[in-house]
Design a protein around this ligand. Structure first.
Ligand SMILES: [Zn+2]
Length: 66
C-alpha cells in the first residue's frame, strides 16, 4: 500500500557503525569484521583495520551459578 519511493529497504532501525579512521559506515551486522573471543567482541573495520568497537558480553545476566 505504501507507494513511497524511498528505497527497497525501509528498515532504518539498524544501528550503523562509523569508522573514525576512514569514514566507513555500515550496520554492525553487515560488512564489519566481527571478532568474537570468548565473552568479548571486537568490531574491526574491513577497510583499514581500525577497531571501531570493543565490548564484552558479560552484561548479559547469567542465571547459572557454577
Ligand atoms: Zn576504517
Amino acid at each position: 500500500m505504501n507507494a513511497d519511493a524511498s528505497g527497497p529497504r525501509s528498515s532504518r532501525g539498524k544501528s550503523v557503525l562509523f569508522c573514525a579512521q576512514c569514514s566507513f559506515e555500515n550496520p554492525v551486522s553487515e560488512g564489519w569484521l566481527v571478532v568474537s573471543d570468548g565473552s568479548e567482541r571486537t568490531i574491526v573495520c574491513p577497510e583499514c583495520g581500525h577497531v571501531a568497537d570493543h565490548r564484552t558480553e558479560r552484561s548479559a545476566p547469567a542465571p547459572r551459578a557454577d
